[in-house]
Design a protein around this ligand. Structure first.
Ligand code: ADP
Ligand code: MG
Length: 482
């Protein structure tokens, strides 16, 4: 507690602060159990609480700090606020490097990463982030929810997930190997690319904290590069990237068409590959489909392993909802989850948004959710998902797209050339309208509801294995929604 008295105005609150901390720890111990408490929480000590609401605690090692930040940040803040509502954030410092308050802040106001104090939890919108790395690099915050344990694996993402795990394990291994370089993850928005990349970073941080890991978006890469050019510090810029063990750049589509950034990225990339350092890249398209990328860059990106995240299936969406509901500790009826999994098909982010709205409603209003109340609550959201597309419209668009007669939608012909588009139309009808299976069947020449169900399954399956078909479906989906 020596540090606490370094600052005169903290003196008076030091005692109160210590007893608050003791109570916070007491509660947390009850929650996490004796063993976890002994390993992770007991070594922590309180430093001070500053008048503006920031509480500071100390961990003896960097590893412990990161662990506590990852696992207990939210609870620490919540419990502390229950003790003292003035507390708005909790920061963890590593003992031995704490300097009197004020020095930390004035040291390098412009450079977050130079600040030795790490906020581990603060107001809700900021909670759950943690900066990694100690150097000048402005690293992006890692979301502590984005770990492998929270990633639900299903057919559409199992390959990408396995590849990411493999890279994480290889990188954390004492005998550092590079299974494939680069790992290139791609897929549409909200399908889990960033989640997987953060998970790799967390895994390596946790199991091999001496490895230097940099994760940042391509946008940030460019921004830093431009800044380095402006401040004539390009040597430093190059150095910081070239000494890493694992470099992860998210959303590289961002640098397409931006020639000098691309050039710099290409050199960094080559330097790291030559030194056998692991690189992980994400983008919204495959290397060959990325536009505005130099040819040599494109081919180099495809050298390692290219793994894509496919659009979600009903099963995966349901699995994700169940896992999220479990994590939130709130019981949500199966029917409601099935409803959501059916209706919110665009991406996982929207699915989470819908679930969060339901959870918030339950907590605020204090009532149980039913299928009806969920429908009511999500009406706007669902409407924007649906945009009131009609089955007639779907049939027309699909027929046009595949260049077949509209009458084939209702005909009995079973030739693949007409049967497949018909199945796609049924699938889209299920996805985009609120019609039931029998209703859809009737609109398709009086077919049975099991035929519709079969079509839906078939198309879901095919979108996983047949890239061209998946693209057709996605395109039609998008066209019908606008
Ligand atoms: P992307 O980077 O591909 O746009 P994100 O990784 O940001 O997508 O994912 C969007 C949201 O969906 C995140 O909150 C993420 O945790 C969640 N998410 C995506 N896929 C999964 C999954 N398979 N299991 C659990 N959560 C997922
Ligand atoms: Mg992302």
């Amino acid at each position: 507690m020596a540090e606490a008295v370094l600052r005169g105005d903290a003196d008076s609150s030091a005692g109160a602060c210590e007893s608050e901390w003791a109570r916070v720890l007491g509660h947390l111990k009850e929650e996490v159990g004796e063993a976890a408490y002994r390993s992770w929480l007991r070594p922590m000590s309180v430093v001070e609480r500053i008048d503006d609401g920031e509480a500071i605690v100390a961990a003896p090692t960097r590893f412990l700090r990161d662990w506590v930040a990852t696992h207990y940040a939210d609870r620490l803040l919540a419990l502390w606020r229950a003790e003292n509502p003035r507390v708005t954030s909790v920061s963890v410092i590593v003992t031995g490097i704490h300097r009197p308050n004020g020095l930390d802040r004035s040291a390098a106001p412009d450079d977050e990463a130079n600040n030795l104090r790490r906020p581990i939890a603060s107001r809700p919108e900021l909670s759950g982030t943690l900066e990694i790395g100690e150097d000048k690099a402005q690293l992006s915050a890692l979301d502590q929810r984005f770990i492998f344990e929270n990633f639900v694996v299903g057919k559409p993402n199992q390959f990408a997930h396995a590849a990411a795990r493999r890279v994480a394990e290889a990188c954390a291994n004492p005998v550092h190997t590079v299974p494939f370089n680069p790992l290139f993850l791609y897929g549409g928005v909200g399908l889990g690319k960033t989640h997987l990349m953060h998970a790799v970073a967390w895994h390596v941080r946790r199991h091999a904290c001496d490895r230097k890991v940099i994760y940042l978006s391509a946008e940030k890469f460019m921004y830093q590069f431009i800044r380095a050019l402006r401040f004539k510090s390009t040597m430093d810029f190059k150095e910081q990237f070239r000494s890493v063990d694992l470099l992860m750049i998210d959303d590289v589509q961002f640098i397409s068409g931006k020639d000098s950034t691309q050039e710099e990225f290409f050199h960094t990339f080559n330097a790291l590959v030559d030194q056998n350092r692991q690189i992980v890249i994400s983008a919204d398209k495959s290397p060959s489909d990325l536009e505005g990328l130099e040819e040599r860059m494109r081919s180099r990106l495809g050298w390692g392993l290219v793994a894509d995240l496919h659009p979600t299936t009903y099963e995966l969406r349901l699995g994700i909802l169940q896992s999220k509901a479990e994590q939130s500790g709130i019981r949500i009826p199966q029917k409601v989850m099935e409803f959501l999994a059916h209706k919110v098909t665009s991406n996982v982010r929207e699915l989470e948004g819908a679930l969060n709205r339901i959870i918030a409603d339950m907590q605020l209003i204090g009532r149980d959710v039913t299928l009806e109340s969920a429908q009511e609550l999500l009406r706007d959201l669902l409407r924007s998902c649906e945009r009131r597309v009609t089955i007639d419209e779907i049939q027309k668009r699909v027929a046009e797209h595949f260049n077949i007669r509209l009458s084939e939608m209702t005909s009995a012909r079973r030739a693949r050339a007409v049967a497949r588009p018909r199945q796609i139309a049924m699938y889209l009808a299920k996805q985009l309208t609120t019609r039931s299976l029998p209703e859809i069947g009737r609109k398709f020449g009086g077919r049975d509801h099991t035929t519709v169900m079969h079509a839906v399954r078939k198309i879901e399956e095919l979108t996983l294995s047949d890239r061209a078909l998946a693209e057709d479906v996605e395109l039609l989906h998008r066209m019908l929604q606008t």
